[in-house]
Design a protein. Structure first.
Length: 467
Protein backbone atom coordinates (compact mmCIF):
# COMPACT_ATOMS: atom_id res chain seq x y z
CA UNK A 1 0.00 0.00 0.00
CA UNK A 2 2.76 2.45 0.97
CA UNK A 3 4.70 1.57 -2.20
CA UNK A 4 1.64 2.36 -4.32
CA UNK A 5 1.17 5.73 -2.62
CA UNK A 6 4.83 6.63 -3.09
CA UNK A 7 4.79 5.47 -6.69
CA UNK A 8 1.62 7.43 -7.41
CA UNK A 9 3.17 10.59 -5.99
CA UNK A 10 6.39 10.12 -7.95
CA UNK A 11 4.41 9.52 -11.15
CA UNK A 12 2.49 12.78 -10.97
CA UNK A 13 2.88 14.97 -14.08
CA UNK A 14 5.70 17.48 -13.77
CA UNK A 15 3.51 20.51 -13.01
CA UNK A 16 1.32 18.61 -10.55
CA UNK A 17 4.41 17.28 -8.78
CA UNK A 18 5.92 20.77 -8.51
CA UNK A 19 2.62 22.14 -7.20
CA UNK A 20 2.32 19.37 -4.62
CA UNK A 21 5.86 20.08 -3.42
CA UNK A 22 5.10 23.81 -3.13
CA UNK A 23 1.95 23.14 -1.12
CA UNK A 24 3.74 20.64 1.10
CA UNK A 25 6.58 23.04 1.86
CA UNK A 26 4.17 25.87 2.64
CA UNK A 27 2.06 23.74 4.99
CA UNK A 28 5.09 22.12 6.57
CA UNK A 29 6.96 25.35 7.30
CA UNK A 30 3.95 27.14 8.78
CA UNK A 31 3.02 24.05 10.81
CA UNK A 32 6.51 24.09 12.31
CA UNK A 33 6.32 27.84 12.88
CA UNK A 34 3.07 27.54 14.83
CA UNK A 35 4.08 24.46 16.86
CA UNK A 36 5.25 24.54 20.51
CA UNK A 37 8.81 23.53 19.52
CA UNK A 38 9.17 26.08 16.75
CA UNK A 39 12.41 28.03 16.28
CA UNK A 40 12.61 31.58 17.56
CA UNK A 41 10.33 33.56 15.21
CA UNK A 42 13.07 36.16 14.61
CA UNK A 43 16.09 34.00 15.47
CA UNK A 44 18.49 36.31 17.35
CA UNK A 45 16.61 39.34 16.06
CA UNK A 46 19.49 40.85 14.10
CA UNK A 47 18.30 40.29 10.54
CA UNK A 48 14.73 41.22 11.44
CA UNK A 49 15.72 44.57 12.90
CA UNK A 50 18.22 45.26 10.13
CA UNK A 51 15.61 44.53 7.44
CA UNK A 52 13.12 46.80 9.19
CA UNK A 53 15.76 49.53 9.31
CA UNK A 54 16.48 49.20 5.59
CA UNK A 55 12.78 49.53 4.82
CA UNK A 56 12.56 52.66 7.00
CA UNK A 57 15.53 54.15 5.18
CA UNK A 58 14.07 53.37 1.74
CA UNK A 59 10.69 54.81 2.62
CA UNK A 60 12.12 57.85 4.37
CA UNK A 61 14.86 58.49 1.84
CA UNK A 62 17.45 58.82 4.63
CA UNK A 63 20.04 56.12 5.30
CA UNK A 64 20.39 57.33 8.87
CA UNK A 65 17.00 55.72 9.57
CA UNK A 66 18.52 52.29 8.94
CA UNK A 67 19.94 49.95 11.57
CA UNK A 68 23.66 49.07 11.38
CA UNK A 69 24.27 45.69 9.73
CA UNK A 70 26.72 43.75 11.91
CA UNK A 71 26.47 40.24 10.42
CA UNK A 72 26.73 38.95 6.87
CA UNK A 73 24.61 41.59 5.13
CA UNK A 74 22.77 39.41 2.61
CA UNK A 75 19.89 38.26 4.85
CA UNK A 76 18.99 41.85 5.80
CA UNK A 77 18.58 42.78 2.12
CA UNK A 78 16.79 39.48 1.48
CA UNK A 79 14.11 40.12 4.13
CA UNK A 80 13.79 43.81 3.25
CA UNK A 81 11.96 42.82 0.05
CA UNK A 82 8.95 41.11 1.70
CA UNK A 83 8.94 43.68 4.52
CA UNK A 84 8.33 46.37 1.91
CA UNK A 85 4.93 44.77 1.36
CA UNK A 86 3.95 45.44 4.98
CA UNK A 87 2.70 48.90 6.02
CA UNK A 88 4.95 50.59 8.58
CA UNK A 89 2.38 50.50 11.43
CA UNK A 90 1.88 46.73 11.04
CA UNK A 91 3.10 44.50 13.85
CA UNK A 92 6.01 42.09 13.80
CA UNK A 93 3.66 39.10 13.54
CA UNK A 94 2.65 40.30 10.07
CA UNK A 95 6.30 40.68 9.10
CA UNK A 96 7.00 37.18 10.37
CA UNK A 97 4.17 35.75 8.25
CA UNK A 98 5.25 37.47 5.05
CA UNK A 99 8.92 36.68 5.75
CA UNK A 100 8.18 32.98 6.25
CA UNK A 101 6.04 32.91 3.09
CA UNK A 102 9.00 34.50 1.27
CA UNK A 103 11.21 31.73 2.68
CA UNK A 104 8.79 29.08 1.43
CA UNK A 105 8.93 30.50 -2.09
CA UNK A 106 12.73 30.39 -2.18
CA UNK A 107 12.84 26.98 -0.52
CA UNK A 108 10.58 25.71 -3.29
CA UNK A 109 12.79 27.32 -5.94
CA UNK A 110 15.84 25.73 -4.34
CA UNK A 111 14.16 22.31 -4.36
CA UNK A 112 13.35 22.63 -8.06
CA UNK A 113 16.92 23.75 -8.84
CA UNK A 114 18.27 20.73 -7.00
CA UNK A 115 15.85 18.54 -8.93
CA UNK A 116 17.16 20.00 -12.16
CA UNK A 117 20.73 19.22 -11.10
CA UNK A 118 19.81 15.63 -10.23
CA UNK A 119 17.94 15.28 -13.54
CA UNK A 120 21.11 16.14 -15.46
CA UNK A 121 23.06 13.54 -13.52
CA UNK A 122 20.61 10.70 -12.93
CA UNK A 123 17.33 11.24 -14.78
CA UNK A 124 13.75 12.08 -13.84
CA UNK A 125 13.43 9.75 -10.87
CA UNK A 126 16.64 11.13 -9.38
CA UNK A 127 15.22 14.63 -9.80
CA UNK A 128 12.06 13.83 -7.89
CA UNK A 129 13.87 12.01 -5.12
CA UNK A 130 16.30 14.92 -4.74
CA UNK A 131 13.38 17.34 -4.46
CA UNK A 132 11.80 15.17 -1.79
CA UNK A 133 15.12 15.17 0.04
CA UNK A 134 14.55 18.82 1.01
CA UNK A 135 11.52 18.20 3.28
CA UNK A 136 12.80 14.78 4.37
CA UNK A 137 15.87 16.36 5.98
CA UNK A 138 13.47 18.60 7.95
CA UNK A 139 15.98 21.24 9.07
CA UNK A 140 15.74 23.41 5.93
CA UNK A 141 12.01 23.62 6.71
CA UNK A 142 12.59 24.16 10.41
CA UNK A 143 14.81 27.20 9.97
CA UNK A 144 12.53 28.56 7.24
CA UNK A 145 9.92 29.04 9.97
CA UNK A 146 11.94 31.94 11.36
CA UNK A 147 13.59 35.12 10.11
CA UNK A 148 17.08 33.63 9.85
CA UNK A 149 19.90 33.31 7.34
CA UNK A 150 19.61 29.57 6.71
CA UNK A 151 16.92 29.72 4.00
CA UNK A 152 18.51 32.39 1.76
CA UNK A 153 21.87 30.64 2.17
CA UNK A 154 20.25 27.27 1.35
CA UNK A 155 18.72 28.73 -1.82
CA UNK A 156 22.03 30.30 -2.85
CA UNK A 157 23.93 27.05 -2.20
CA UNK A 158 21.33 25.17 -4.26
CA UNK A 159 21.94 27.71 -7.03
CA UNK A 160 25.68 27.06 -6.88
CA UNK A 161 25.13 23.30 -7.13
CA UNK A 162 22.50 23.43 -9.88
CA UNK A 163 24.22 26.07 -12.03
CA UNK A 164 27.59 24.44 -11.39
CA UNK A 165 26.42 21.05 -12.64
CA UNK A 166 24.83 22.71 -15.66
CA UNK A 167 28.11 24.49 -16.36
CA UNK A 168 30.10 21.26 -16.03
CA UNK A 169 27.65 19.42 -18.28
CA UNK A 170 27.99 21.97 -21.08
CA UNK A 171 30.12 20.80 -23.96
CA UNK A 172 33.13 23.00 -24.41
CA UNK A 173 32.02 24.04 -27.92
CA UNK A 174 28.64 25.26 -26.65
CA UNK A 175 30.15 28.54 -25.49
CA UNK A 176 26.93 30.53 -25.23
CA UNK A 177 25.26 28.00 -22.94
CA UNK A 178 28.48 27.48 -20.96
CA UNK A 179 28.94 31.20 -20.44
CA UNK A 180 25.36 31.68 -19.27
CA UNK A 181 25.83 28.85 -16.79
CA UNK A 182 29.13 30.34 -15.61
CA UNK A 183 27.44 33.69 -14.96
CA UNK A 184 24.71 31.91 -12.99
CA UNK A 185 27.31 30.11 -10.84
CA UNK A 186 29.14 33.39 -10.19
CA UNK A 187 25.97 35.15 -9.07
CA UNK A 188 24.90 32.21 -6.88
CA UNK A 189 28.34 32.02 -5.27
CA UNK A 190 28.34 35.75 -4.58
CA UNK A 191 24.87 35.48 -3.04
CA UNK A 192 25.93 32.53 -0.86
CA UNK A 193 28.96 34.37 0.53
CA UNK A 194 26.87 37.51 1.13
CA UNK A 195 24.28 35.43 3.00
CA UNK A 196 26.79 33.44 5.05
CA UNK A 197 30.45 34.35 4.75
CA UNK A 198 31.47 31.10 6.46
CA UNK A 199 30.93 29.29 3.13
CA UNK A 200 33.91 31.04 1.54
CA UNK A 201 35.71 27.70 1.04
CA UNK A 202 33.06 26.87 -1.57
CA UNK A 203 35.11 29.01 -3.98
CA UNK A 204 38.33 26.92 -3.93
CA UNK A 205 36.31 23.70 -3.98
CA UNK A 206 34.58 24.98 -7.11
CA UNK A 207 38.00 25.55 -8.68
CA UNK A 208 38.98 22.00 -7.75
CA UNK A 209 35.84 20.70 -9.46
CA UNK A 210 36.87 22.58 -12.60
CA UNK A 211 40.31 20.99 -12.47
CA UNK A 212 38.81 17.51 -12.12
CA UNK A 213 37.26 17.88 -15.58
CA UNK A 214 40.80 17.62 -16.99
CA UNK A 215 39.94 20.47 -19.32
CA UNK A 216 42.20 23.51 -19.31
CA UNK A 217 39.32 25.72 -20.44
CA UNK A 218 37.10 24.50 -17.61
CA UNK A 219 39.91 24.93 -15.06
CA UNK A 220 40.59 28.52 -16.14
CA UNK A 221 36.89 29.33 -16.24
CA UNK A 222 36.42 27.89 -12.73
CA UNK A 223 39.07 30.31 -11.41
CA UNK A 224 37.30 33.21 -13.07
CA UNK A 225 33.96 32.10 -11.58
CA UNK A 226 35.42 31.77 -8.08
CA UNK A 227 37.12 35.16 -8.20
CA UNK A 228 33.99 36.74 -9.65
CA UNK A 229 31.79 35.31 -6.89
CA UNK A 230 34.17 36.47 -4.15
CA UNK A 231 34.39 39.95 -5.67
CA UNK A 232 30.61 40.14 -5.98
CA UNK A 233 30.20 39.27 -2.31
CA UNK A 234 33.00 41.68 -1.44
CA UNK A 235 31.11 44.45 -3.19
CA UNK A 236 28.06 43.74 -1.04
CA UNK A 237 30.17 43.85 2.13
CA UNK A 238 31.89 47.05 0.97
CA UNK A 239 28.57 48.72 0.20
CA UNK A 240 27.25 47.68 3.59
CA UNK A 241 30.33 49.15 5.31
CA UNK A 242 29.69 52.42 3.49
CA UNK A 243 26.06 52.30 4.61
CA UNK A 244 27.11 51.73 8.22
CA UNK A 245 29.61 54.58 7.99
CA UNK A 246 26.88 56.89 6.66
CA UNK A 247 24.85 56.08 9.78
CA UNK A 248 27.82 56.87 12.02
CA UNK A 249 27.94 53.26 13.24
CA UNK A 250 31.17 52.21 14.93
CA UNK A 251 30.46 48.47 14.84
CA UNK A 252 32.92 46.38 12.85
CA UNK A 253 31.51 43.68 10.59
CA UNK A 254 34.02 41.15 11.88
CA UNK A 255 32.76 41.50 15.44
CA UNK A 256 30.44 38.49 15.20
CA UNK A 257 33.20 36.35 13.70
CA UNK A 258 35.51 37.05 16.64
CA UNK A 259 32.60 36.36 18.99
CA UNK A 260 32.02 32.82 17.70
CA UNK A 261 35.76 32.15 17.39
CA UNK A 262 36.16 32.75 21.11
CA UNK A 263 33.24 30.43 21.79
CA UNK A 264 35.00 27.85 19.64
CA UNK A 265 38.19 28.24 21.63
CA UNK A 266 36.50 26.53 24.60
CA UNK A 267 34.01 24.19 22.93
CA UNK A 268 35.01 20.55 23.74
CA UNK A 269 38.40 21.75 25.03
CA UNK A 270 38.41 19.72 28.25
CA UNK A 271 34.96 18.11 27.97
CA UNK A 272 34.97 16.33 24.59
CA UNK A 273 31.79 14.37 25.29
CA UNK A 274 29.71 17.29 26.57
CA UNK A 275 27.60 18.08 23.49
CA UNK A 276 24.99 20.12 25.30
CA UNK A 277 23.89 23.34 23.55
CA UNK A 278 26.27 26.25 24.16
CA UNK A 279 23.83 28.11 26.35
CA UNK A 280 24.22 29.15 29.96
CA UNK A 281 20.88 27.56 30.90
CA UNK A 282 21.82 24.20 29.35
CA UNK A 283 25.46 23.95 30.48
CA UNK A 284 25.21 23.99 34.24
CA UNK A 285 28.43 22.69 35.78
CA UNK A 286 30.40 22.82 32.51
CA UNK A 287 34.10 23.64 33.05
CA UNK A 288 34.57 24.77 29.46
CA UNK A 289 31.62 27.13 29.60
CA UNK A 290 32.80 28.56 32.93
CA UNK A 291 36.25 29.23 31.41
CA UNK A 292 34.63 30.87 28.39
CA UNK A 293 32.48 33.12 30.59
CA UNK A 294 35.54 34.17 32.59
CA UNK A 295 37.50 35.11 29.46
CA UNK A 296 34.50 36.95 28.07
CA UNK A 297 34.33 39.05 31.24
CA UNK A 298 38.08 39.76 31.07
CA UNK A 299 37.86 40.91 27.47
CA UNK A 300 34.92 43.17 28.24
CA UNK A 301 36.93 44.77 31.06
CA UNK A 302 39.98 45.20 28.82
CA UNK A 303 37.88 46.80 26.10
CA UNK A 304 36.43 49.27 28.59
CA UNK A 305 39.86 50.21 29.95
CA UNK A 306 41.60 50.58 26.57
CA UNK A 307 38.75 52.08 24.56
CA UNK A 308 39.60 49.82 21.63
CA UNK A 309 36.80 48.21 19.59
CA UNK A 310 35.82 44.88 21.13
CA UNK A 311 36.70 43.05 17.90
CA UNK A 312 40.29 44.34 18.12
CA UNK A 313 40.62 43.12 21.71
CA UNK A 314 39.17 39.75 20.73
CA UNK A 315 41.53 39.37 17.75
CA UNK A 316 44.48 40.00 20.09
CA UNK A 317 43.28 37.28 22.46
CA UNK A 318 42.67 34.85 19.58
CA UNK A 319 46.14 35.43 18.15
CA UNK A 320 47.66 34.64 21.53
CA UNK A 321 45.50 31.51 21.80
CA UNK A 322 46.50 30.22 18.36
CA UNK A 323 50.19 30.88 18.98
CA UNK A 324 50.33 29.48 22.50
CA UNK A 325 48.34 26.26 21.99
CA UNK A 326 47.68 25.44 18.32
CA UNK A 327 47.32 21.71 19.06
CA UNK A 328 44.24 22.40 21.19
CA UNK A 329 42.46 23.83 18.14
CA UNK A 330 43.47 20.79 16.09
CA UNK A 331 42.27 18.37 18.80
CA UNK A 332 38.88 20.06 18.96
CA UNK A 333 38.34 20.11 15.17
CA UNK A 334 37.17 16.47 14.65
CA UNK A 335 34.77 16.72 17.59
CA UNK A 336 33.36 19.98 16.29
CA UNK A 337 32.84 18.50 12.84
CA UNK A 338 31.12 15.42 14.27
CA UNK A 339 28.89 17.38 16.64
CA UNK A 340 27.80 19.65 13.77
CA UNK A 341 26.05 16.62 12.27
CA UNK A 342 23.92 16.03 15.36
CA UNK A 343 21.18 18.58 15.91
CA UNK A 344 20.40 18.86 19.58
CA UNK A 345 17.05 19.74 21.09
CA UNK A 346 17.70 21.78 24.20
CA UNK A 347 16.37 20.02 27.33
CA UNK A 348 15.38 23.44 28.63
CA UNK A 349 12.80 23.74 25.84
CA UNK A 350 11.57 20.18 26.36
CA UNK A 351 11.09 20.74 30.09
CA UNK A 352 8.58 23.51 29.36
CA UNK A 353 6.29 21.01 27.64
CA UNK A 354 7.11 17.51 28.91
CA UNK A 355 8.62 18.14 32.31
CA UNK A 356 12.18 17.93 33.58
CA UNK A 357 14.33 15.15 34.97
CA UNK A 358 14.78 11.84 33.19
CA UNK A 359 11.52 12.17 31.31
CA UNK A 360 12.55 15.46 29.73
CA UNK A 361 16.08 14.23 28.95
CA UNK A 362 14.75 11.03 27.36
CA UNK A 363 12.20 12.95 25.31
CA UNK A 364 14.89 15.35 24.09
CA UNK A 365 17.11 12.45 23.00
CA UNK A 366 14.29 10.61 21.20
CA UNK A 367 13.19 13.74 19.34
CA UNK A 368 16.78 14.50 18.40
CA UNK A 369 17.35 10.94 17.16
CA UNK A 370 14.19 10.95 15.02
CA UNK A 371 15.03 14.30 13.43
CA UNK A 372 18.69 13.47 12.84
CA UNK A 373 18.16 10.02 11.33
CA UNK A 374 17.15 11.21 7.80
CA UNK A 375 20.10 13.61 7.62
CA UNK A 376 22.59 10.93 8.65
CA UNK A 377 21.08 8.36 6.27
CA UNK A 378 21.26 10.87 3.41
CA UNK A 379 24.86 11.66 4.32
CA UNK A 380 25.94 8.00 4.25
CA UNK A 381 24.03 7.30 1.01
CA UNK A 382 25.67 10.35 -0.60
CA UNK A 383 29.09 9.14 0.57
CA UNK A 384 28.51 5.63 -0.80
CA UNK A 385 27.42 7.06 -4.15
CA UNK A 386 30.37 9.47 -4.30
CA UNK A 387 33.00 6.80 -3.63
CA UNK A 388 31.42 4.33 -6.03
CA UNK A 389 32.87 3.81 -9.47
CA UNK A 390 29.59 4.39 -11.29
CA UNK A 391 27.37 7.43 -11.31
CA UNK A 392 28.17 11.07 -11.91
CA UNK A 393 31.68 12.26 -12.88
CA UNK A 394 33.94 13.25 -9.99
CA UNK A 395 33.69 16.96 -10.82
CA UNK A 396 29.90 16.93 -10.57
CA UNK A 397 30.04 14.99 -7.30
CA UNK A 398 32.42 17.57 -5.84
CA UNK A 399 30.13 20.37 -7.02
CA UNK A 400 27.39 18.80 -4.88
CA UNK A 401 29.69 18.37 -1.89
CA UNK A 402 31.21 21.86 -2.11
CA UNK A 403 28.88 23.94 0.11
CA UNK A 404 28.49 21.15 2.66
CA UNK A 405 32.24 20.60 3.01
CA UNK A 406 32.85 24.34 3.18
CA UNK A 407 30.40 24.68 6.06
CA UNK A 408 31.75 21.61 7.84
CA UNK A 409 35.38 22.77 7.65
CA UNK A 410 34.36 26.18 8.98
CA UNK A 411 32.64 24.80 12.07
CA UNK A 412 35.50 22.37 12.68
CA UNK A 413 37.99 25.19 13.18
CA UNK A 414 35.72 27.88 14.62
CA UNK A 415 32.54 27.10 16.53
CA UNK A 416 30.37 24.05 16.00
CA UNK A 417 26.75 24.97 15.41
CA UNK A 418 24.72 22.42 13.38
CA UNK A 419 22.58 25.03 11.68
CA UNK A 420 25.72 26.51 10.11
CA UNK A 421 25.95 23.48 7.79
CA UNK A 422 22.23 23.33 6.83
CA UNK A 423 22.70 25.32 3.59
CA UNK A 424 24.93 22.52 2.33
CA UNK A 425 22.23 19.86 2.61
CA UNK A 426 21.01 20.54 -0.94
CA UNK A 427 23.98 18.88 -2.60
CA UNK A 428 23.54 15.82 -0.38
CA UNK A 429 19.93 15.57 -1.56
CA UNK A 430 21.12 15.49 -5.18
CA UNK A 431 23.70 12.77 -4.53
CA UNK A 432 21.32 10.66 -2.42
CA UNK A 433 18.56 11.10 -4.99
CA UNK A 434 20.83 9.84 -7.77
CA UNK A 435 21.94 6.89 -5.63
CA UNK A 436 18.38 5.86 -4.75
CA UNK A 437 17.20 6.30 -8.33
CA UNK A 438 19.95 4.05 -9.65
CA UNK A 439 18.84 1.34 -7.24
CA UNK A 440 15.11 1.69 -7.90
CA UNK A 441 15.40 1.92 -11.67
CA UNK A 442 16.67 -1.63 -12.00
CA UNK A 443 14.06 -3.71 -13.73
CA UNK A 444 12.32 -6.80 -12.34
CA UNK A 445 14.51 -9.78 -11.76
CA UNK A 446 17.58 -7.78 -10.89
CA UNK A 447 17.28 -8.74 -7.25
CA UNK A 448 17.42 -5.11 -6.14
CA UNK A 449 13.73 -4.42 -6.00
CA UNK A 450 11.81 -1.75 -7.88
CA UNK A 451 8.74 0.33 -7.09
CA UNK A 452 5.99 -1.34 -9.05
CA UNK A 453 8.54 -3.62 -10.68
CA UNK A 454 6.09 -6.47 -10.94
CA UNK A 455 4.29 -4.63 -13.70
CA UNK A 456 7.14 -5.41 -16.05
CA UNK A 457 8.63 -1.95 -16.56
CA UNK A 458 11.17 0.15 -14.73
CA UNK A 459 10.41 3.31 -12.81
CA UNK A 460 12.37 5.30 -15.39
CA UNK A 461 10.14 4.05 -18.20
CA UNK A 462 6.93 4.85 -16.35
CA UNK A 463 8.18 8.30 -15.32
CA UNK A 464 9.01 9.10 -18.92
CA UNK A 465 5.38 8.33 -19.77
CA UNK A 466 4.28 11.10 -17.36
CA UNK A 467 6.50 13.85 -18.73
Amino acid sequence: MIERVIEGFLRLPVRAFAGAVAAGLLVGVFAIGLSPLRPKPFSDGYFHEEAKGLVRAMRGGDQRLATPLIHSPGPAYYYAFPYLLIPEPAGDSARWAVGVAWNCMWLWAAALWLGGAARRVGGELAARLAILGVPVTFFPLYYSAGIASETPAFAAAAGVTAAGIRWLACKRNEWNDAHRAAVAVTIALGALLAMRGNFVLTAPLLVLAGMLTRSRKAAVESVVIAIGGVLLAGAVFWGTARLNAGMGAQTRQDSFLTHILIQGAFQYRSEPLDWRPWEKEAREGSRDYAAYAAVRAQLSTRQSSTGLPLAVVEWQWLKDSWMSDPLAWLRMAPLKAASALWFRISPVRIEKHLGGGRKGAAAAFVISAVLNAPVLVMLFVAMAYSFGRKGAPAAEKLMCWGPFLAGLIFVAFTYSEPRYVVPGFGGLAVLAGCAMARKLERGPGSGAGCIGGSRGSSVRQRLEECR
